[in-house]
Ligand binder design. Structure first.
Ligand code: GUN
Length: 282
C-alpha cells in the first residue's frame, strides 16, 4: 500500500512554477499578481487564505489579500471585483467561498473576468471543461489528476467511482476522469447500496463532505483511494477526511492522507493557474 505524498508532489509543482516565475520579470517587467478576497471571519477561510498567501510567497507570485467585513453588501463586493477586472496589474482574482448568506455566490463567480478566474469557477471556464475548449481548470480536480499521474496510475480503461456531485470537486473530477478514458460512476451519500457501487472502483474519489464515511468494507483490494474530505472527527475533534483511513489503508493499493494529500495540491494548482492566466493574457 502506498500513502500518496501530496506534500511532496505539490512541492515539486510549486518548485517548477517558481522557476518559471523567476524568468518573467526579464521578459514582461513584472511577476504575476494574485488578489484574494475574503469576506468575514469564517475560521476555515482565514486558514485557507493564509495558506494561499504563503504559497504565493514561496513561488514568487505577488499576493494581495483584501479582507472585507461580514456586513459588506453584494453591490460593494461586485464593484470591487469589477475594479479588479479592469486593473491591468492584477492577473488572478479569487473570492474565498463560502460567502455570507446575503451575497449570491453565483453572481460573484460570474462577475470575475473569466481570464482572471484562477479558480476555474466561471461559467465559461466550466463550459470549457465540459466542451473541451480552452479553459482554466478547477484546482482540486486538476490536483487529483496530478496525484494519480504521480504514482503512475493511468485512468484509461479503469473503473472510477466519484462520491459527491459538487461544482467544485465531484462534477469536474468525474469529467476529467472520463476524458482520461476511465469509465466513471457518479454517486453520492444518498446512493442506494453505496458500498456495492464503491466496491467496483479501481479509482475511488471521495468528496462527500462527511467524516470517515468510507470504511474498509466499501473498498476493493488494491483500489486507489483519493480523499478530498476536510472534516472534524466527531469523537476527537481532530482534522480527518471522508475516508476512515485506519480501516481503508490496509486494503487500498494507494491512499491520500488528510491532511497532506489533496489539500496541498489544490494550492499548488492555484499557483500554476495564476501563472497560466498571466501568460495567457500577455
Ligand atoms: N473555499 C474552499 N475551497 C475553495 C476554493 O478552491 N476556491 C475558493 N474561491 N473558495 C474555496
Amino acid at each position: 500500500m502506498t500513502i500518496i505524498d501530496g506534500k511532496a508532489v505539490s512541492a515539486a509543482l510549486k518548485e517548477s512554477v517558481k522557476q518559471r516565475v523567476a524568468e518573467l520579470p526579464e521578459k514582461y517587467g513584472r511577476v504575476p499578481h494574485l488578489v484574494v478576497v475574503r469576506v468575514g471571519e469564517d475560521p476555515a477561510s482565514v486558514v485557507y487564505v493564509r495558506n494561499k498567501e504563503k504559497a504565493c510567497e514561496a513561488v514568487g507570485i505577488k499576493n494581495s489579500t483584501i479582507v472585507l467585513a461580514e456586513s459588506t453588501s453584494e453591490e460593494e463586493l461586485l464593484n470591487l471585483i469589477m475594479a479588479l477586472n479592469s486593473d491591468d496589474t492584477v492577473d488572478g482574482i479569487l473570492v474565498q467561498l463560502p460567502l455570507p448568506g446575503h451575497i449570491s455566490e453565483a453572481k460573484v463567480i460570474e462577475t470575475i473576468a473569466r481570464e482572471k478566474d484562477v479558480d476555474g469557477f466561471h461559467p465559461y471556464n466550466v463550459a470549457g471543461l465540459w466542451q473541451k475548449t480552452p479553459h482554466v481548470a478547477p484546482c482540486t480536480p486538476a490536483g487529483i489528476m496530478k496525484l494519480l499521474a504521480s504514482i503512475g496510475v493511468d485512468p484509461k480503461g479503469k473503473r472510477a467511482v466519484v462520491i459527491g456531485r459538487s461544482n467544485i470537486v465531484g462534477l469536474p473530477v468525474a469529467k476529467m476522469l472520463l476524458d482520461a478514458n476511465a469509465t466513471v460512476t457518479m454517486c453520492h451519500t444518498r446512493t442506494v447500496d453505496l458500498p456495492s457501487v464503491t466496491r467496483q472502483a479501481e479509482i475511488l474519489v471521495v468528496a462527500a463532505g462527511r467524516a470517515k464515511m468510507v470504511t474498509g468494507d466499501m473498498v476493493a483490494p488494491g483500489a486507489i483511494v483519493i480523499d478530498v474530505g476536510m472534516d472534524r472527527d466527531p469523537e476527537t475533534g481532530k482534522l480527518c477526511g471522508d475516508v476512515d483511513f485506519d480501516s481503508v489503508a490496509p486494503i487500498a493499493g494507494a491512499i491520500t492522507p488528510v491532511p497532506g494529500g489533496v489539500g496541498p495540491m489544490t494550492i499548488a494548482c492555484l499557483m500554476e493557474n495564476t501563472l497560466e492566466c498571466f501568460l495567457a493574457n500577455r
